[in-house]
Each structure stands twice: as structure tokens, then as C-alpha cells.
Design a protein. Structure first.
Length: 160
């Protein structure tokens, strides 16, 4: 059984947002929600790799198949495929709850879509790491002004 001690808060620096946004901009043809998830996923991936490097944990990054998954890279730890499953927490009430009680993450269901779990190439000994990225999403000009006043880093993205 996991406990609060098993949660590892990773430092989140502005360059992670920049990296995630740069990655998401490659896929501008998709929906805004997909872009937001891409940016969050890429930022989590970069933060996790940075954490592994800082801890001296050896890992490999393998590029995805160019046709079937051009945007996907595979992280390998100890010879095992490691799947990072990230969730963006952006609703104000959820962010407030998370700040007040980080242990509430332990009640979150760890779900892997069946088609992903059963996909070709996945093995029974694959590793699944669940990551939660807490971050606000400014949908209106007032939200942006509040974030700036709070000293938060701002990264703007606009779909044409």
C-alpha cells in the first residue's frame, strides 16, 4: 500500500512550461484541450527525467515509431518500459484541495485505458508512473492579471 511518504514533489521551473508549450505548438492542428494535455505531459516528462538524473538513476529515452506515434518517446528504466501517465489539475477547487491536503492524491483512481494497456508492445513488467501537475489555466484576461499579480510565471498560447 502506498502512503503520503511515497509522493515525490518535483521542483517545477518556468523552463518546464516553456518546453511543454514548445512541444504542444508542434501539434497546433489539434484541439486546445489536446494542446494543454500535450504541454502538461511534456513538462511532466521533462521534470521526471530531471529528477531521475539528479538522483543518479540511469535511464534511456527511445524515440517512438515515426508513423504510428511520432510524438511519443519511450522511457526505459532498468530494461523496463516506463509509461508516464500525467494528469493536469487546473480547476481552482481541486488546486485548493491539493494545496490543503496533498494526501488526497492517494484517493485518486490509477486508471490506464484498456486499449493502451493491451496495446502491442506492452509487457506485464512495464512500469506505470502516475504524475499530477498542479497548474492554473487562465481562460480570461482577469485570470492572467491575477496570475501576474501573484508572481506566477505566465506562458500564453493561442490557437489560430
Amino acid at each position: 500500500m502506498i502512503s503520503t511518504n511515497d509522493l515525490i514533489p518535483l521542483p517545477y521551473t518556468p523552463d518546464l512550461s516553456e518546453g511543454g508549450n514548445a512541444y504542444a505548438c508542434q501539434w497546433l492542428a489539434g484541439t486546445f484541450e489536446r494542446m494543454r494535455r500535450c504541454a502538461a505531459g511534456a513538462a511532466v516528462d521533462l521534470a521526471f527525467r530531471r529528477f531521475l538524473s539528479a538522483q543518479g538513476v540511469p535511464f534511456e529515452v527511445r524515440e517512438g515509431a515515426p508513423f504510428s506515434q511520432p510524438e511519443h518517446t519511450s522511457l526505459v528504466l532498468g530494461g523496463h518500459h516506463c509509461e508516464l501517465i500525467s494528469y493536469l489539475i487546473s480547476r481552482p477547487n481541486q488546486l485548493a484541495q491539493l494545496r490543503q491536503d496533498p494526501a488526497s492524491l492517494l484517493e485518486t483512481p490509477a486508471l490506464i485505458p484498456l486499449d493502451q494497456f493491451a496495446a502491442e508492445g506492452h509487457q506485464p513488467d512495464d512500469l506505470y508512473v502516475f504524475a499530477f501537475l498542479a497548474g492554473g489555466v487562465a481562460a480570461a484576461h482577469e485570470d492572467i492579471k491575477c496570475a501576474i499579480a501573484a508572481g506566477e510565471s505566465i506562458h500564453l498560447m493561442h490557437v489560430l
